[in-house]
Write a protein that binds this ligand. Sequence first.
Ligand SMILES: Nc1ncnc2c1ncn2[C@@H]1O[C@H](COP(=O)(O)OP(=O)(O)OP(=O)(O)O)[C@@H](O)[C@H]1O
Ligand SMILES: [Mg+2]
Length: 406
Amino acid sequence: VSRVGRRLSAELDLDSLVQDVTDAATALAGAQFGAFFAKGDDPRDDALTLLALSGVPRDAFASFPVPRDTDVFRATFTDKGVVRLADVTKDPRYGRNAPHRGMPPGHLRVASYLAVPVVSRSGDVLGGLLFGHPAPDMFTPRNEQLVVGLAAQAAVAIDNARLFEAAQRAREAAEEASRAKDEFLSVVSHELRTPLASMLNWLKVLQKGRPDDDSRFERAVASMERSTRIQVKLIDDLLDVSRIVSGRIRLDARPVVLSGVVRAAIDAIAPTAEAKGIRLEAAVDSNGVVVAGDPDRLQQVAWNLLSNAVKFTPAAGLVHVALDADDAAAHLVVRDTGRGIAADFLPHVFERFQQADAAATRAQSGIGLGLAIVRHLVEIHGGTVAVASAGEGTGTTFTVTLPLVS
Ligand SMILES: Nc1ncnc2c1ncn2[C@@H]1O[C@H](COP(=O)(O)OP(=O)(O)OP(=O)(O)O)[C@@H](O)[C@H]1O
Ligand SMILES: [Mg+2]
């Protein structure tokens, strides 16, 4: 047992560890076959998962229903007790469960039965080792003792392997976050530089003296103003995120008629939508949707969602805005027929620095902070924001829910 234990403690891969434990324990038990079952994390779910099998090929087991937390199994997986039976088919707890009332047809013949729980340091049942033999009365107290000893060693080894895997996952997450930040830096530099380059060009034109052509002069000034605004917005977003991170964002809260805020955001985005050939539809309930909040911040929420919808929807597409309320909450829904969001990116849309297309291939402007800001602003208003998309090319729907002022 201690030799096997030493070998197990060096194994950090959970799958091979569980297999090694099952093989060694089956040999020590003198069983025809052994199996390692794990209990799920959900206590309401009594299904057991087969992790490893020894002594029989997996397909001898594959077509059988996984054992459930029946009386015989409960003794092991819930009560953490060892069960050793000379003949399981004669046990009164055996065979009382529908649908099979015993072994499912075609199941390996089992008379001798031994089950030992594998219990972690924290007292959780990690799983159970189950052994069987077609002949009755095969497992002696000595077999039981050996397997119990091995199960204790296995529990420590499994705990370690789990900790190792958790640490590895945490490191991967940290590396991923750091990669996202690096990428973000390159995206921000690019987004700051583009309007600056344009401004510099116009500045050079103006340095040569005021153009005789008035329209050229106006174009220069208008373009420089646009570039400046883009940069101000970008830096405002950066400042917002740094305030969010340090918990310094403050709300100037008062009763706000949400329809006014939403209309203002629609008006602000309308020229961009029109220039892009996108139809902008609104169904805004104008009376009575009053929430407690900061109107500028709420408008920022609506504008960010609308600007994304317009940005990620191609020409001839549709952006639909709906505002209504039920008894308790206001619902703002921004739906577009645009490029949609892939299922694997969907869980990350509200994370800062995250954009679906990588820095080098970006087709759209933006730095990936808008939705992180949206989520934070909505949450400090006591609300929630959700995203839905059936996948790439299928459009996207964002829903903001805010509590009404009673
Ligand atoms: N309506 C949408 N349709 C498709 N993809 C979207 C939509 N809204 C957001 N996304 C995806 O989520 C990412 C993050 O959105 P977010 O608003 O946070 O950043 P951004 O628009 O790229 O930049 P920023 O808003 O900071 O200027 C986007 O880059 C895009 O990949
Ligand atoms: Mg955005």
